[in-house]
Design a protein around this ligand. Structure first.
Ligand code: C2E
Ligand code: MG
Ligand code: MG
Ligand code: MG
Length: 283
């Protein structure tokens, strides 16, 4: 079922197969012109340091405001953007946008402040496309950002799909000095040994593991094991989908580094974070 927000997004997929095919083609057609029509935007969600409560950075999340469908969920349009290759162009646009926004925020906070990062989702299709490394290099040069301030999130299933091509790109990105992160960690079916092969510095623990912690949930032992393993590998961990005080307290006690979720803030336009970036702590 479509997870789009408006009523129309539901109706769109709640139809016969023929209608679905037609709707899908319409959506694809609409997505082709979304970028040039200015229908795409970037929302930013704060990522907090669990130990100190300080802001560490933001994840950039793509939004599509369709003129008649309303807001279309990235869960619905990113797969289409990947299949059609449109993600290459819109992904490059988003990288520029997010890096520019981060540079602005860092300048606004001044040189003495804790340096913020921005984390951008990158799809397999972009890893496969030869242009990504060049785009990242250009964006870093244009913004003057230190490369480690730019995080690129990849999913483990995405990397495993095409390990050899992905590895070449990931190595080139590592050479640029950007920070690589594994997104939705724990949801793939691959072995853990790949973690040693990938040049990553961050693991983002999937929300499905986080939602039960602090209430003696079944996943607590898994989360503890992941934290022990990542500590041994000198990787930092971001807990995704932190919604309650209980979850954040438990994660802090277990030594988890960073957290992201509604407890700290929902994804929002940059202007809505203007006050946050000058505050001592996120909450
Ligand atoms: P993700 O990268 O794992 O992003 C986190 C998702 O969890 C976001 O959904 C965010 O709004 C949601 N979330 C954050 N905190 C909470 C919470 O406390 N509770 C709950 N229930 N949800 C929370 P969103 O923005 O709808 O994005 C969905 C997915 O779409 C992303 O998952 C990512 O895989 C993909 N995506 C979004 N933007 C881009 C993009 O620019 N490029 C690519 N390749 N993928 C993107
Ligand atoms: Mg992500
Ligand atoms: Mg994620
Ligand atoms: Mg996720």
């Amino acid at each position: 079922k479509a997870k789009g927000q408006g009523r129309n997004a539901y109706a769109l997929f709640d139809t016969s197969l023929r209608d679905q095919v037609r709707d899908r083609m319409n959506l694809e057609q609409a997505l082709r012109s979304a970028l040039s029509r200015g229908e795409l935007s970037v929302h930013y969600q704060p990522i907090a340091d669990l130990a100190t409560g300080e802001l560490d950075g933001f994840e950039a999340l793509m939004r599509w405001q369709h003129p008649t469908l309303g807001s279309v969920s990235p869960l619905d349009f990113i797969p289409i953007a990947e299949e059609t290759g449109l993600i290459v162009e819109s992904g490059a646009w988003l990288l520029r946008e997010a890096a520019g926004q981060l540079a602005q925020w860092r300048a606004a906070r001044g040189p003495g402040a804790r340096p913020l990062h921005v984390s951008v989702n990158v799809s397999v299709r972009q890893l496969r496309d030869g242009a990504l490394v060049g785009v990242v290099r250009d964006v870093l040069a244009e913004t003057g950002l230190p490369p480690e301030a730019l995080w690129l999130e990849i999913t483990e299933s995405g990397v495993m799909e095409e390990l050899e091509t992905a590895l070449a790109t990931l190595d080139a990105l590592r050479d640029l000095g950007v920070t690589m992160a594994i997104d939705d960690f724990g949801t793939g079916y691959s072995s853990l040994s790949y973690l040693n092969r990938l040049p990553v510095g961050i693991v983002k623990l999937d929300r499905s593991f986080v939602c039960e912690v602090g209430r003696h949930g079944a996943n607590e032992s898994i989360v503890r094991a992941v934290l022990a393993m990542t500590r041994a590998m000198h990787l930092r961990v971001v807990a995704e989908g932190v919604e309650t005080e209980l979850q954040s307290d438990w994660l802090r006690e277990q030594g988890c580094d960073l957290a992201q979720g509604w407890l700290y803030g929902k994804p929002a336009l940059p202007a809505e974070h203007d006050e946050l970036i000058h505050r001592a702590t996120v909450r």
